[in-house]
Design a protein around this ligand. Sequence first.
Ligand SMILES: Nc1ncnc2c1ncn2[C@@H]1O[C@H](COP(=O)(O)OP(=O)(O)OP(=O)(O)O)[C@@H](O)[C@H]1O
Ligand SMILES: [Mg+2]
Length: 353
Amino acid sequence: MADVIALYSDRIAQGALHHDPAQEVVLPELERIRAAVTQPAKRGLFRKAPPPPKGLYLWGGVGRGKSMLMDLFVEALEGTAVRRVHFHAFMQEIHEAMHAARQRGVEDALMPAAEAVIKSVRVLAFDEMQITDITDAMIVGRLFQALFDAGVVVVTTSNRVPDELYKNGLNRQLFLPFIQMIKQRMEVRELASPNDYRQNRLEGAQVYFTPIGPEARAEIAKVWEDLAGGPGAERVLEVKGRRVSLPHYRNGVARASFYDLCGHYLGPADYLAIAQAVRVLILEDVPRLSRSNFNEAKRFVTLIDALYEAKVRLICSAAAEPEMLYVEGEGVFEFERTASRLREMQDKDWGRD
Ligand SMILES: Nc1ncnc2c1ncn2[C@@H]1O[C@H](COP(=O)(O)OP(=O)(O)OP(=O)(O)O)[C@@H](O)[C@H]1O
Ligand SMILES: [Mg+2]
């Protein structure tokens, strides 16, 4: 176990991170929480357990290092009952547990769902908290109340300041007490760094690898390691009641194969949802396209359009240069635009605000 501030300094010393004063000012907050939750319990008849520390709500623009800091915090807590989870994946779990409880005839299904979580953790680290869905909005208040009442400490990253959570959402007035609760139970801090490190890391980096093979695979693995910084987890997007799976996701970066995303039936709404959900997509093994895989090619075009519009950074390995991916058969003409977009998306400044 190490102190968060020391871990950060180590990374700077190793050259893995740049010194950033805006990041440095939030380190003591993380360290405060780490120290409190790892404090050994005092024994004795009349000693009460100390109240749990306030959590932390860390918000700010993209690529500022919120997830990275959360990862350091989790690393520093190794050996403690800490769980790092994507906020949306966590909410899906809660909905599933509620569904199961209802099937057992439990009327207030939220409580058993919350209790299952409480039993196993002391600290919850939520990456990318955002609330866009009314079913989430209507239960988070009671859910977090149950977590806080049980002494669970919550640390979360978000792109939005609490007052803007679920902005313009349906029945928002019912959601407002949740915002109050966050402000009471968590320190709210902005990570106001001027640097978008994700863009910086990609600047000048090769993002299109061809041909497909062990070399490309190794390069892609390096990019993943550099940007995602740890093991990915499946992320399931719900699109019009269907489930679209991103097999590996972490810190804004998704990694999938061409086959995963274009090899079976997915439509424009699915690709839009993917483009909204990720900042960087690593797409591996794009094959040569032709009449024989026309449907895959069409889906690929739709995917690239969605990524392009949403300014998602794309990193791929492909069987050929963009212009040579699709050279014969129906749709060649339409593919020209895709090839040109693939080129443009390789530009070092592409996607910068
Ligand atoms: N001080 C730093 N020096 C070098 N690289 C950094 C620094 N801080 C963060 N990074 C790297 O920049 C990338 C983006 O950081 P991170 O994912 O933490 O951003 P974020 O604030 O969580 O963005 P988002 O809002 O999109 O989730 C990561 O690869 C991370 O390791
Ligand atoms: Mg992040």
